[in-house]
Every structure is written in structure tokens, then in C-alpha cells.
Design a protein around this ligand. Structure first.
Ligand SMILES: Nc1ncnc2c1ncn2[C@@H]1O[C@H](COP(=O)(O)OP(=O)(O)OP(=O)(O)O)[C@@H](O)[C@H]1O
Ligand SMILES: CC(C)(CO)[C@@H](O)C(=O)NCCC(=O)O
Ligand SMILES: [K+]
Length: 244
């Protein structure tokens, strides 16, 4: 069994895999990291490997305590990945984006892929049908948009994510919900249209903490899977084992 851990910018997500099968998901914060991993390992005693991808400020050292019982692997830019990387600054490309690109390449062969990860940030990653990673885009995520409206103005309240009742926001809160939610939905649909304009034969994958909320609001047909990153992490590790 493999325990995969995705250290995001806001929260940590973990999952236990038996081969390609996801057995259970976990979500926790940085402060609860050690305790949670210990509990997972108590429950899944057959875990042999711990695989970590981190874009948050949790370093490799935090996992060294598990080195005695498990093989610990921290994913880095030096691992083998199943795509050619054309990013001009490959060393600054987020590890999460590399893992998503690996998952898309392995799961959807011979087609153009656009991976959209709607988390703290929204990232767009384009891997073409020749398995070349071409780049993409980074924009603020849903919660970040609500928070920045509040933080950088005097009058705007901090609101929780809510579905806008009307397109025309008729109050301060309705204007904020309309602005934040509709703008991101238009953004995502706009990016998808733009990519599909480049070529046909495009698979669009949506993942991240806001997957479910956003998927049903898009006009485009997409493949929505909030576990895509954690599943891709498992596959990236299998790929490393087979290609090292
Ligand atoms: N308990 C929660 N805490 C934070 N965000 C949540 C929570 N539940 C749902 N969300 C939504 O998920 C989004 C954050 O996504 P996610 O959890 O994937 O981010 P993350 O942990 O920072 O990962 P990443 O850095 O990979 O984006 C927010 O925009 C928010 O609307
Ligand atoms: C964009 C984020 C924050 C998304 O999690 C992460 O992928 C990251 O820190 N990236 C580094 C910059 C880049 O990908 O070019
Ligand atoms: K993200």
C-alpha cells in the first residue's frame, strides 16, 4: 500500500492506494500533519511507501521520522516524468502542476490535455498530444478572490462561498458573489474555448477543492475529478519506480 500526501498551499490531502485503487481520502492542516499520518499508518498497517508532493511550506524533514518503518519519497523536479518539459523556467514550475501533467499524460494518451486545478490558485496546464508540457496560466482561486476583495478594500465584507442568486447583484453581498463566482466560471469557460480553438481532440480535466462547485456551472463538457491530483501522485510514483 502507498500513502500519498499532497501538501497544498492551504491544506494537506492524503490518500491510501492499493495498486491503482484509492482506499480512503484524508484532509488536514500542517499542524496536525504528524498525528494524522501516524493514525493513517495505524489503520493501514500494510503501507510500505510514503510519497509526498509539496508546494506548501512543509519540507522533506517533516517526514523523515517515518523513514524507519517506510520508504519515504519526496517528489522533486529531478524525478522522471512522462512528458517533455518546454516550460522556460522548469525549476520554478510547481510540483503540483508537474504531477497533474504526469497524470494527464499517462491517463489520456495521444490527445491534447488541459488540466484545470481549482484550489487556492487556479492553474491551467497544457500537455499536447506529443506529450510536451507547454505551460498554462495561474490565477487566484475562489476563496482567495473573496479574501482579497475584503483585505484590500475598506467596505467589502469577507463572505463565504455561495451560489449567486442572480446574475445582476442587487446588494453588496450579491454583487460580490456574482463577481467572484461568475467571473471564475467565465474565466474557465473562456480558457477552455481558447484551447479548443487551438485544436480539436482536447480532453479537459477539472480538479482541486472547488471542483464540484464549479463543474456544474460550466457550459463546457469536462472530466471532473477532485481526486485527480492525488491519483496522479500515485501514478507519478509508479512511473518513477518503473523508469529509474
Ligand atoms: N475546508 C476547506 N478549507 C479551505 N478551502 C476549502 C475547504 N473546503 C472547500 N474549500 C475550497 O477549496 C479551495 C481550495 O482548494 P484546495 O483544498 O485544493 O487548495 P489547497 O489545499 O491550497 O491546494 P492547492 O495548493 O493544491 O491549490 C478554496 O477555494 C475553497 O473554496
Ligand atoms: C501556482 C501554485 C501556487 C499552485 O498550487 C504552484 O503550482 C506553484 O507554486 N507554482 C510555482 C510557479 C509555477 O508553476 O510557475
Ligand atoms: K491549485
Amino acid at each position: 500500500m502507498i500513502l500519498t500526501v499532497d501538501v497544498g498551499n492551504t491544506r494537506i490531502k492524503a490518500a491510501v492506494f492499493e495498486g491503482n485503487m484509492l482506499l480512503e481520502n484524508f484532509v488536514f492542516t500542517k499542524n496536525e500533519l504528524k498525528k494524522n499520518i501516524e493514525n493513517i499508518l495505524k489503520k493501514y498497517k500494510n503501507t510500505t511507501h510514503l510519497v509526498v508532493a509539496s508546494v506548501g511550506n512543509v519540507e522533506k524533514e517533516s517526514f523523515l521520522g517515518f523513514n524507519d518503518e517506510l520508504i519515504v519519497h519526496f517528489v522533486t523536479h529531478n524525478d522522471p516524468f512522462p512528458f517533455f518539459n518546454e516550460y522556460e523556467t522548469p525549476q520554478t514550475l510547481g510540483i503540483d502542476r508537474m504531477v497533474l501533467a504526469a497524470g494527464a499524460t499517462l491517463q489520456f494518451p495521444n490527445q491534447n490535455r488541459l488540466v484545470i486545478d481549482a484550489g487556492t490558485c487556479v492553474t491551467y496546464d497544457f500537455i499536447d498530444q506529443d506529450d510536451t508540457y507547454r505551460g498554462g496560466a495561474i490565477s487566484p482561486g475562489l476563496r482567495l478572490r473573496y479574501e482579497s476583495l475584503h483585505k484590500y478594500t475598506s467596505k467589502l465584507p469577507l463572505l463565504e462561498l455561495e451560489s449567486p442568486k442572480h446574475f445582476v447583484g442587487a446588494s453588496t453581498s450579491q454583487s460580490i458573489h456574482s463577481g467572484v463566482v461568475n467571473a471564475l466560471v467565465y474565466e474557465i469557460d473562456g480558457f477552455i474555448d481558447e484551447y479548443r480553438g487551438l485544436s480539436s481532440n482536447f480532453i479537459i480535466i477539472l480538479t482541486g477543492g472547488d471542483t464540484e462547485f464549479l463543474a456544474k456551472r460550466l457550459k463546457n463538457t469536462i472530466f471532473a475529478n477532485s481526486n485527480f491530483l492525488i491519483e496522479s501522485l500515485n501514478q507519478t510514483f509508479q512511473y518513477k519506480i518503473n523508469n529509474d
